[in-house]
Design a protein around this ligand. Structure first.
Ligand code: HAM
Length: 429
């Protein structure tokens, strides 16, 4: 029997050129978050199912996940997201210094239909602040997002950080007469607005929530600004409204130009309680959100002990890549850039020992070096270095060994410079 060459559908299998692009994204994102002092952590890929049933919502935990019973009869899940595990770590963390500012790059799994920007195994970037309810935490999270975009030279005009507040949505819908018990249903309807054509969505809302309830969901979704008359009449003067107005002022003062209020942002995960947000492409090509997040007040408290409020986001590395590719913003040559800085070619078998010694000396100095390890002749070594895309090549022959003088050939146009053994590492660094 011949085995299939295909991985399971939607699983993350990356050849080195694709992995280089992913690493390039990870590197830029990590450095943008580090300058705010965020520290990295890791959590398990496999978790008890109940952890996700408790708060992510049953749809994500049951239908959209890989879950199974293990040999010990435990119901387990391949994590579809990281936030519940983070909440547990905070609850069990002992002497943590609050506010905790943590980040991670988890591999996540969702049993979804693969399509553009949506796969079954995906890498996320997560960034969270826990232990402060001050909106300065939300502001810092937005500033990190803005810095990530600037790291990749994304102009503000190409993306939006669309934000709203679940507390505001609840207050406005309550103010408009929606019964308390219908709020969760109304949120689920709002969450679908941008996933359906406008007219279809409105008819669907009226069918799902007939009467004044459905109409208030539509009215609310049409409020394009915090001073929209309908919003003021439904929620004016409420704590939620005042908080969001203050937050919007903070964003303006800090110059977060891409942030805009959008009432339809409520987020699909059950644990959000306050400000919620999503990052989206302003063009039409990438429909899937690049990032989503918000404030969650009660997740850590589920594990007993103190209530610790948190705010953060998950950013899809694949969705970010597709977004950057759409606008030609992945720096040129990233996929083809081989990690070795130089290829040391042996002129003949006699120089192989010397080449190895020199290669190790350069590696001691932190310079990535590749040499022939297959006994190839000189021509084939040249061709290997070229196919690999290694930018520099040095041929070590009897003369180089005797004199210590070297010629470094650069790039495919074979420009070159002269150096010697002692200065070589400095010229390659
Ligand atoms: P989420 O909105 O479910 O939030 O996911 C965040 C991001 O992960 C999405 O905006 C998308 O870019 C990416 N993503 C989600 N599902 C897929 C998929 N099937 N394929 C590719 N990319 C995907 C959360 O996961 C929250 N835990 C975020 C958070 C952290 N909230 C607070 N802290």
């Amino acid at each position: 029997m011949t085995l299939s060459r295909q991985p399971l559908r939607g699983m993350r299998e990356l050849y080195p050129p694709q992995k280089r692009v992913e690493d390039y994204l990870i590197g830029g994102i990590r450095s943008a978050a580090r300058v705010y002092g965020f520290e990295e952590y890791e959590a398990p890929v496999l978790e008890p199912l109940e952890l996700f049933l408790a708060k992510s919502g049953t749809e994500l935990a049951r239908e959209q996940s890989y879950n199974f019973t293990d040999k010990g009869g435990r119901e387990l899940i391949l994590r579809p997201e990281l936030t519940p595990s983070l909440a547990r770590m905070i609850a069990a963390g002992g002497e943590l210094v609050f506010p905790v500012k943590w980040m991670s790059f988890p591999d996540c799994f969702r049993y979804e239909k693969p399509q553009r920007g949506r796969v079954r195994e995906f890498l996320q970037f997560n960034l969270d602040i826990l232990g402060t309810a001050d909106p300065a935490a939300e502001l810092e999270v937005f500033l990190v997002l803005q810095r990530i975009m600037r790291t990749f030279k994304v102009p503000d005009s190409l993306y939006r950080i669309r934000y709203s507040s679940r507390a505001l949505a609840a207050a406005a819908l309550r103010g408009a007469g929606l019964p308390e018990g219908e709020a969760a249903r109304a949120f689920a309807l709002l969450d679908r607005r941008d996933k359906m054509p406008g007219g279809d969505w409105e008819s669907w809302v009226l069918e799902s929530l007939p009467g004044p309830g459905g109409r208030s969901v539509i009215e609310y979704s049409r409020c394009e600004a915090l001073d929209a008359p309908w919003l003021i009449s439904a929620a004016g003067g409420t704590v939620a409204m005042e908080e969001l107005i203050a937050f919007s002022g903070m964003l303006g003062a800090a110059g977060v130009g891409a942030a805009i209020f959008d009432p339809a942002v409520v987020r699909g995960l059950d644990y959000y309680t306050g400000i919620v947000f999503e990052v989206s492409d302003t063009g039409g090509e990438n429909r899937r959100a690049i990032c989503g997040g918000g404030r969650y007040d009660d997740l850590v408290g589920l594990f007993g002990g103190l209530k610790v409020s948190g705010v953060g986001f998950g950013l899809g590395i694949l969705t970010m890549q597709l977004f950057l590719e759409t606008y030609g913003l992945i720096a040129e040559g990233v996929a083809g850039r081989h990690p070795a800085a130089v290829f040391l070619a042996a002129y003949s078998q006699e120089q192989r020992g010397f080449v190895l010694e020199l290669a190790e000396r350069l590696r001691d100095a932190g310079i990535p070096v590749e040499t022939d390890i297959s006994g190839k002749g000189l021509k084939k070594q040249f061709s290997l270095a070229e196919k690999r895309g290694i930018g520099r090549l040095i041929v070590i022959g009897p003369e180089e060994v005797a004199t210590g003088c070297l010629t470094v050939r650069c790039g495919s146009d074979r420009e070159s410079y002269e150096t010697d053994f002692d200065s070589l590492a400095g010229t390659l660094a």
